[in-house]
Design a protein around this ligand. Structure first.
Ligand code: 5GP
Length: 115
């Protein structure tokens, strides 16, 4: 299933791209929830975390090394940040093209909202 992120990767619709290589694209979230809110997505269409395969290990590793580099570039590495991958309904996933959120630039509070 093709999503809005596939269109961003194909440059069919604009995004504020901060990093790109052969495996991943990183761009600023359209509705940021923190001063730094960037999405890092594999160029390969992997719908959810449930669809990850052993053959995807290289691209999944690239998500992390890209997050590390972005945290440094955005000046949030020392203070800290949060990496999030949402999956399906209970995880609150809205776009079904696997992506990692990098959030920082303020204290993010508890990991989950209190019930
Ligand atoms: P999810 O809930 O799937 O983990 O997160 C999807 C994220 O994508 C949301 O934070 C949402 O604001 C962001 N988003 C949705 N559509 C667009 C878009 O067209 N452009 C950008 N840059 N971000 C988007």
């Amino acid at each position: 299933m093709s999503t809005i992120f596939s269109k961003i990767i194909a440059k069919e619709i604009p995004a504020d791209i901060v990093y790109e290589d052969d495996l991943v694209l990183a761009f600023r979230d359209i509705a940021p929830q923190a001063p730094v809110h960037i999405l890092i997505t594999p160029k390969k269409e992997i719908p959810t975390a449930n669809d990850v395969e052993a053959a995807d290990e290289a691209v999944l590793g690239r998500l992390f090394t890209t997050a590390t580099q972005i945290a440094r570039d955005e000046g949030i590495a020392k203070q800290g940040y949060r990496l999030i991958v949402n999956c399906n309904e209970d995880g609150g996933q809205e776009v079904f093209h696997l992506h990692m959120h990098i959030l920082g630039g303020r204290s993010l509070g508890p990991m989950l909202a209190k019930k």
